[in-house]
Design a protein around this ligand. Structure first.
Ligand code: ADP
Ligand code: MG
Length: 384
């Protein structure tokens, strides 16, 4: 058993987004499985969504995100398991009867209908009184700042505007749960980051619980209160963005989120207040300022180090541990920061991030001899 660097709660209070959502569960997913012939797309997933939260399912292509979302919407039938919404079993309920709305990546707006007709569509199907529909559509147009475009057709709108309409249409029926599948997929990068914040603002105003699916970690971390990392139909870890980045539970999560230096090693010393890990990739053992294991049998571990937590220097560090000597093999200047690739004497390639806080700093260049070093608490110890 590996003890994380800090308990999840500590990490969150140290800098995570303050949870706005209630502690009670709006959606309870129990042992949900979906098989396609020999593929297990979703494999025994258990998950509780809290009322009012924005939850992101994050994972690579084929990890089962869309299949899970489609089962919640009712577009796919589970092979096993149950879905409870506010305690009610909706596993077999047809999609149109569920108080759930799904917004698709392509938005699926009706091209021959105006913006207001698109928003009104579901309300008309539900045979709401005309006056109520008018009031609701006006409210939705205001919510997404599209009052001026009510009469336009989707083809006459920009990508961001189309997305606002799709969101308004999804929210018009006041669903208890909003599902978003790759919501920013159709937008270019700059527009995407603007829309991410705008969509969060709208969802928060309405107070709807939301599950979104994305393969874009920045999107998940920007928008979500909690993130579930999916791989092979499994949810590997659920936590706040800070939790999953700083305290990943496995190599799969650590490597999927952000950039990582990963070293295989063996525990040499494991005490209550520190441990030492040796690695063939390093000249000297890693020193970590906490103990990691309760079972002596688990000696093989992986040490993960994030590039921004490694420092570069030209002077030899005075510390006994946690530094290596090397040569700058490559530098990628990325504006706000530079990514260094340092080849150590052991032949290990370290990715080191350096913030470019000065316009004309005297930074190490190609082929320069340097030292890399890191703090005792910067190493993430992973046992799987
Ligand atoms: P993601 O949305 O994370 O990319 P999906 O849920 O679309 O992943 O797919 C998960 C797995 O299930 C993949 O291996 C995919 O090929 C398979 N799969 C999804 N839908 C079907 C289907 N209708 N028939 C057969 N296999 C499917
Ligand atoms: Mg998908």
């Amino acid at each position: 058993m590996t003890t994380p660097v800090a308990a999840a709660g500590d990490v969150r209070s140290a800098g995570g987004k303050t949870p706005r959502f209630a502690e009670d569960t709006v959606l309870d997913i129990k042992r949900l499985t979906r098989r396609f012939d020999d593929v297990v797309a979703v494999d025994d997933v258990n998950l509780k969504i809290r009322r009012g939260e924005i939850f992101a399912l994050l994972g690579g292509s084929g990890s089962g995100k869309s299949t899970l979302l489609r089962m919640l919407a009712g577009f796919a039938t589970p092979s096993e398991g149950r879905i409870l919404l506010d305690g009610q079993d909706i596993t077999r309920m047809p999609p149109h009867r569920r108080p759930i709305n799904m917004m698709f990546q392509s938005y699926a707006l009706f091209p021959h209908m105006s913006v207001e007709q698109n928003i009104a569509f579901g309300l008309k199907q539900d045979k709401l009184p005309k006056a109520d529909i008018r009031a609701r559509v006006a409210q939705m147009l205001k919510l997404v700042h599209m009052e001026r475009f009510a009469r336009r057709k989707p083809a006459q709108l920009s990508g961001g505007q189309r997305q606002r309409v799709a969101l308004a249409r999804s929210l018009a029926k006041r669903p208890r749960l909003l599902l978003l599948d790759e919501p920013m997929g159709a937008l270019d990068k700059k527009l995407r980051s603007e829309m991410q914040l705008e969509v969060v603002e709208i969802i928060e105003q309405v107070g709807v619980s939301c599950i979104m699916v994305t393969h874009d970690q920045e999107e998940a971390m920007t928008m979500a209160d909690r993130v579930g990392v999916m791989a092979d139909g499994w949810i590997e870890q659920v936590g706040s963005p800070v939790d999953i980045y700083e305290t990943p539970v496995s190599r799969t999560v650590a490597e999927f989120i952000g950039t990582l230096n990963l070293l295989e090693g063996e525990i040499l010393v494991d005490a209550a207040d520190h441990c030492l890990i040796s690695s063939p990739a390093l000249e000297r053992p890693l020193y970590i300022d906490h103990g990691v294991t309760t079972q002596a049998a688990e000696r093989r571990v992986w040490a993960g180090l994030r590039p921004e937590k490694i420092w570069l220097t030209r002077e030899r560090p005075e510390a006994r541990y946690n530094w290596e000597q090397g040569v700058v093999e490559d530098v990628a200047y990325l504006g706000g920061f530079s990514q260094y690739y340092v080849r150590t004497r052991q032949g290990t390639l370290f990715k080191v991030g350096m913030a470019n806080t000065e316009r004309r700093g005297d930074r190490p260049g190609w082929d320069e001899a340097v030292y890399v070093y890191w703090e005792d608490h910067s190493v993430m110890v992973l046992n799987r």
